[in-house]
Design a protein around this ligand. Structure first.
Ligand code: GLN
Length: 495
């Protein structure tokens, strides 16, 4: 029999409404699963008492027939979301002990919809990374293992705690954030679904900022239907975020008709890299055939500026990060370094930032400060902004030619080993984001759907990229891909 924590959002919701389970036992089942999965290091802070209190309230609401959409459904929240009176440390030592007196808009919306927060999820420091190894709280371990070895694999990053927790059934779903792929890449590595909505769909208010023009929150779930349910609750206009857009939020679940006839899917030739493993290229072709069989028209397209996306991202994201992270100075948030007698305020800033930030964050701050500095601003930052416009225009051009969505692999590999020496060169690590950063630069919605496994039994995802504000269409396409692929595998429990 399926254990309660193994349910997804839709299945648990239906079980609660049918009185086949109650929110209290559902929450307890997740807390128990979390307790026995400490080896994964997915959670950095737990809130069991509040969760069980809320479960009691949820059961009362369910009994009175007055249950909101996510009533009684236990989820995890990435530690980048500020949660009122609950530590929010963004994977960084510099935010040690920071307990916000406010709740982020997105997590508040989830609470308002009746969801139960189990705790905060581990992540790369300030969401910078692709392997969850930059967290001050230690790496997260992927619940999946290769068939023939016991190597510890990365869950991906930066939302690695979220992906591992959902894949290992520690929670029904989780929030993630995606600046350059941090929802889609870990979703792909852990065999779950992750959607990054259109820039401006979800409020960024109360989410610790990394690169403000790229950051978006989104759901990480066990199924596409769950992603639709959770996204409906997360998005909506928020006056507290000036980039949040005031347009209606459809009921995304209602869009899952399974009918994709008359849809046209583009296959961009620039994504077929020389180094792309055969298994991923084959899966991509299989995905294309699945959509064609379901009635969609498949067209080869070109996105000519794709090759410039990574360098552009790795100028713009660090530039914005260097400005956003200037606020961590030992005065206002979190940790302050021990000072020696006679130390000045400048010594205090320097010591605090030197010991508070990890190596990857420091690297980004230095790159960011450099590309924004007076003599180099035009050569690097302004040039990157121009190339960003060209990348965005590539997408606008294909969409204006009748393409509804674009199909690509989510990642250039399956999950790799933690501590992989080939990835100690930061540029090698950055190459992980090759298929995902274009979407953030263009502000588009995109979803990763688990579609198959490689010969070693590890999950692989395909990415669908949609038109702005067409998350309903995108989710419906993803739903068809999910149904056709029939991916049902789960990691074997070793933890
Ligand atoms: N891996 C990318 C980076 O390190 C993306 C991170 C993200 O999306 N938060 O910047």
């Amino acid at each position: 029999m399926t254990k309660l924590n193994e349910l997804g959002l839709a299945a648990a919701r239906d079980a609660l409404l049918a009185r086949e389970a109650n929110a209290y036992e559902l929450t307890e089942a997740c807390l128990l699963a979390i307790e026995s999965a400490s080896k994964l290091n997915a959670f950095v802070h737990l809130t069991p008492e509040t969760a069980l209190d809320r479960a009691t309230t949820a059961d009362q609401q369910l009994a009175s027939g007055d249950a909101p959409a996510l009533c009684g459904l236990p989820i995890g929240i990435k530690d980048l979301f500020c949660t009122k009176d609950v530590p929010t440390q963004a994977g960084s030592r510099i935010l040690e002990g920071f307990t916000p007196p406010y709740e982020s808009t997105v997590s508040q919306k989830l609470l308002d919809a009746g969801a139960i927060m189990l705790g905060k999820l581990n992540m790369d420091e300030f969401a910078m990374g692709s392997s969850n190894e930059t967290s001050f709280f230690g790496e997260v371990v992927n619940p999946w293992r290769r068939k023939n070895d016991g190597c510890r694999l990365t869950p991906g990053g930066s939302s690695g705690g979220s992906a591992a927790a959902v894949a290992a059934d520690l929670c029904l779903a989780a929030t993630g954030t995606d600046t350059g792929g941090s929802i889609r890449q870990p979703a792909s590595f852990c065999g779950i679904t992750g959607i990054k909505p259109t820039y401006g769909r979800c409020s960024r208010w109360g989410i610790v900022a990394f690169a403000s023009s790229l950051d978006q929150a989104g759901p990480m779930t066990k199924t596409v239907r769950d992603a639709a349910i959770m996204l409906t609750a997360m998005c909506g206009h928020d006056a507290k975020d000036s980039t949040s857009v005031d347009i209606p939020v459809p009921n995304f679940e209602a869009a899952l008709s399974g009918d994709i006839r008359r849809k046209t899917i583009g296959i961009p030739k620039e994504y077929l890299l020389d180094q792309l493993p055969n298994e991923i290229a084959t899966l991509w072709t299989a995905g294309r055939d699945m959509l064609a069989t379901a009635g969609a028209k498949i067209v080869d397209i070109s996105l000519p500026h794709t090759e410039f996306a990574l360098p552009t991202y790795y100028v713009i994201a660090p530039a914005e990060a260097s400005s956003n992270l200037a606020r961590y100075d030992g005065v206002r948030f979190g940790r302050r370094a021990q000072l020696a007698p006679g130390d000045s305020i400048v010594d205090m800033y320097e010591k605090t930032r030197a010991e508070g930030f990890g190596a990857e964050v420091k690297r980004r701050l230095m790159v960011g400060t450099y590309v924004l500095s007076a003599g180099f601003y035009d050569a690097h930052y302004n040039r990157a902004r121009k190339v960003r416009s060209l990348i965005k225009k590539d997408f606008e051009d294909v969409f204006s030619q009748g393409i509804d969505a674009i199909l690509t692999p989510s990642t250039p590999s399956a999950a790799f080993e933690l501590g992989d020496s080939a990835k100690t060169d930061p540029v090698q690590m950055y190459l992980n984001d090759i298929f995902t950063v274009t979407v953030n630069l263009a502000g588009l919605p995109a979803i990763s759907v688990p579609t198959g496994t490689n010969s070693e039994g590890l999950p692989l995802g395909l990415q669908l990229i949609g038109q702005p504000w067409q998350e309903d269409e995108l989710l419906n396409l993803a739903f068809v891909l999910e149904q056709s692929a029939g991916f049902q595998d789960k990691p074997k429990c070793w933890w």
